[in-house]
Design a protein around this ligand. Structure first.
Ligand SMILES: Nc1ncnc2c1ncn2[C@@H]1O[C@H](COP(=O)(O)OP(=O)(O)OP(=O)(O)O)[C@@H](O)[C@H]1O
Length: 237
């Protein structure tokens, strides 16, 4: 069977915050329908990699092709229109908006987004909490689900999730894992930054390990067991 198409092709990416040079030549590929993780210790550059792909970090050099199109010079609103969405670690739920308003906030960028019924099937809690007046009244897990649900409405097909399980109870982590697998089954492509290695490696087709602003290892699902020692060393888990 031919391999699925490469949707994100990052080559020799450098990124900067002002004078501070944070990514030093990151190269990675994400194929259609894959779940791929970026693992690594705090400060390794995982979030910066996602933000660079999304165009939120503007100071970047090298190449980031999305669906074959060079995006390294494009602003984030243009990149979003290519069907890429980013859920930040802080989730971005607004307290001044109700749950429903938060859900309906992001504009539709292309056809094919999930309808409300589909979203409620994936995240039943959101339906129950729809009329809650302040989005931030939801639990951390519900806010995470809301943050994912609202980008699914937009028609984005590539989801980049930054530490979606951070601070959540195991039962909620499990629900998020199930939702990610359900989305993969529907053909979504998912890039996941995670500290929770066991959660991440259980879902991922491939795992990239970052250290000091570069990719130091790529571990495919079938190699996770054999490379467990190495991963432990890199991640300190
Ligand atoms: N806005 C910023 N301004 C300056 N430096 C930053 C900024 N954001 C991150 N950095 C620095 O860039 C480096 C990479 O940070 P990044 O957040 O990408 O790491 P990470 O692997 O995602 O880790 P974490 O899990 O802590 O978020 C760190 O040294 C961090 O201090």
């Amino acid at each position: 069977m031919p391999e699925p198409a490469i949707l994100i092709d990052v080559n020799d990416l450098s990124a900067f915050y002002g004078e501070s040079h944070v990514l030093h030549g990151v190269s990675l590929t994400i194929r259609a329908g894959e779940v791929v993780t970026l693992l690594g210790r705090n400060g390794a550059g995982k979030t910066t990699t996602l933000k660079s792909i999304m165009g939120i970090v503007r100071q970047r050099q090298g190449s980031i092709k999305i669906n074959g199109l060079e995006t390294v010079g494009l602003p984030s609103n243009r990149i979003a229109r290519l069907g890429v969405a980013f859920c930040p670690e802080e989730r971005g739920i607004f307290s001044s908006l109700s749950v429903e308003e938060n859900l309906l906030l992001p504009p539709i960028i292309q056809p094919g987004g999930l309808g409300l019924d589909d979203l409620f099937t994936l995240f039943p809690n959101i339906r129950e909490r729809l009329s809650t007046r302040q989005g931030t009244r939801l639990s951390g897990g519900e806010q995470q689900m809301l943050a994912i649900a609202r980008v699914l409405r937009t028609g984005a097909r590539i989801l980049m999730l930054d530490e979606p399980t951070e601070g959540l109870a195991p039962v909620i982590v499990e629900q998020i894992g199930e939702a990610i697998l359900a989305l993969k089954a529907r053909g979504f492509t998912i890039v996941l930054v995670e500290q929770n290695f066991h959660f991440a490696s259980g879902l991922a087709d491939r795992n990239y390990v970052m250290e000091d602003g570069v990719i130091v290892e790529m571990v495919a699902r079938e190699e996770v067991r054999e490379k467990a020692g190495l991963l432990q060393e890199y991640l300190g888990v």
